[in-house]
Design a protein around this ligand. Structure first.
Ligand code: AMP
Ligand code: GLY
Length: 426
């Protein structure tokens, strides 16, 4: 089966790597891909929201499945676009339709869904310019820190956590005035949840689901969780504090009611659901839904999967996921993200990356890289995700850190403390 994978991050390199292990895979195309995916398939330079061009490519290349790695095309309706065209209907799309993708595309929609289906989440209020005074009152009646979220997609920047009431009020006004463009014309204000974060993942066909290994992401740029928010600086799976009791609660209180909720609401859904969770004294609350795998979560989740990913996708697209079994590798996976100096602020691109061939014992997933002449050069903020499996968190992280030190490019930076906070739970 020929497959087209959409995206260009470490997540997509990891998905491409896992798909490449399948005997069922024919040709693999990645749009737009990166220097890493180019070693596993054929990169195609097509804009991800040019559905017409993607459809033409799918037909020309005899592609039977499109795997959508990132949220943008899903929120923009790629699955419905293919589903509504007779000549494209037989193409299997891994990723929900526009309504399902709204679980990520609108915080308000996600909140209403969770309330409707009794899924634990922080108390909230939804505010527009019309009811801004209600927003001010909600803030006055709550204690800091205050959590303000742009309703729409804001490239991971739309969540503000603020300590002072005055500043929260000012930010609410700025957001409604377009601080994050159209995305913040509506703002969800919510109660601040205490606890420690982790993420759970399922693949679903809308009826049944398979739970993938859980993970913990490190979002802040600086060691000790300081500095600006990034797309993710590293990740660990499994998560030592997520014991069986907690994971059982996650399934019973969050995962199962979410899938049942999709059915009750008649939302067809084939793809991943990523549950951003807060663990508060052993009880899970949902912080957010994403309608795809995480990045860098995919770079630790997929290496722990001992099951043919393409077979799972085929089963999901035929609503036969209940017939499949997921086998997990009982080792720890740690990934360390090598980033361009200055990220998530301004950074240079085009720096030559060397020494990848001298790494030993890790999976090297490319993120912002491209081929330039006969060189591999940096092409983004997050450049390479170094993932390693090991018998323990300490062993896996030692391998990743060894190889992180080997790979070279001008301005290379990475956090040295990925997973350190988890050692106390082991
Ligand atoms: P989100 O984009 O919704 O995942 O939010 C980004 C980050 O903000 C999350 O990963 C949390 O660290 C934090 N956050 C979001 N909502 C809350 C909340 N209600 N309470 C505490 N922290 C939150
Ligand atoms: N690492 C967080 C995300 O993919 O949304």
């Amino acid at each position: 089966m020929n497959v087209l994978l959409l995206g260009s991050g470490g997540r997509e390199h990891a998905i491409a790597w896992k798909l490449s292990q399948s005997k069922k895979l024919g040709k693999l195309f990645i749009a737009p891909g990166n220097a890493g995916t180019a070693t596993l398939g054929i990169n195609a330079d097509i804009a991800l929201n040019d559905f017409e061009a993607l459809a033409k490519f799918v037909i020309d290349e005899n592609i039977s499945m499109v795997v959508v790695g990132l949220e943008d095309p899903l929120v923009n309706g790629i699955t419905d676009y293919f589903g509504n065209k007779p000549e494209l209907q037989k193409i299997r799309i891994i990723g929900p339709g526009k309504i399902g993708a709204t679980l990520e595309g609108s915080k308000e929609f996600a909140k209403e869904f969770m309330v409707r289906h009794n899924i634990p989440t922080a108390a909230y209020i939804s505010i527009t310019a019309e009811n801004i005074n209600e927003g001010f009152r909600f803030l006055e009646n709550n204690n800091p820190p205050f959590v303000l979220k742009a309703d729409g997609l804001a490239a991971g920047k739309g969540v503000l956590i603020i300590d002072s009431l005055e500043k929260a009020k000012a930010e609410l006004s700025d957001m409604l005035n377009g601080k994050f463009g159209q995305a913040s014309k509506k703002v969800v204000i919510e109660e601040f949840l205490q606890g420690i974060e982790m993420s759970a993942f399922v693949l679903t066909d809308g009826k049944s689901y398979k739970i993938l290994p859980e993970a913990k992401d490190y979002k802040r740029a600086g060691e000790g969780d300081t500095g600006l928010n990034t797309g993710g600086m590293g990740c660990v799976s499994p998560v030592p504090f997520a014991d069986n009791d907690f994971l059982k609660k996650v399934e019973e209180r969050v995962i199962a009611p979410t899938i049942a909720g999709l059915q009750k609401d008649k939302i067809a859904y084939t793809g991943f659901i990523f549950f951003g969770l807060m663990n508060n004294n052993g009880n899970p609350s949902v912080i957010e839904y994403n309608v795809r795998l995480g990045d860098p979560e995919a770079e630790v989740v997929l290496p722990r999967l001992n099951t043919d990913l393409l077979e799972l996708f085929i089963a999901a697209s035929e609503q036969r996921l209940n017939e499949t079994k997921i086998e997990t590798i009982n080792q720890t996976c740690v990934t360390v993200m090598l980033v361009s100096g200055g990220y998530p602020g301004n950074y240079d691109k085009g720096k030559e990356i060397t020494n990848i061939e001298n790494t030993i014992g890790s999976l090297i997933f490319h993120a912002g890289t491209k081929i330039s002449g006969n060189k591999v050069v940096t092409n983004g903020g997050r450049v390479i995700s170094v993932s390693s499996l090991g018998e323990s968190l300490a062993v896996a992280s030692e391998k990743s850190y060894y190889n992180a030190s080997i790979i070279q490019f001008d301005g290379k930076y990475y956090r040295k403390d990925i997973g350190q906070d988890l050692l106390k739970y082991i």
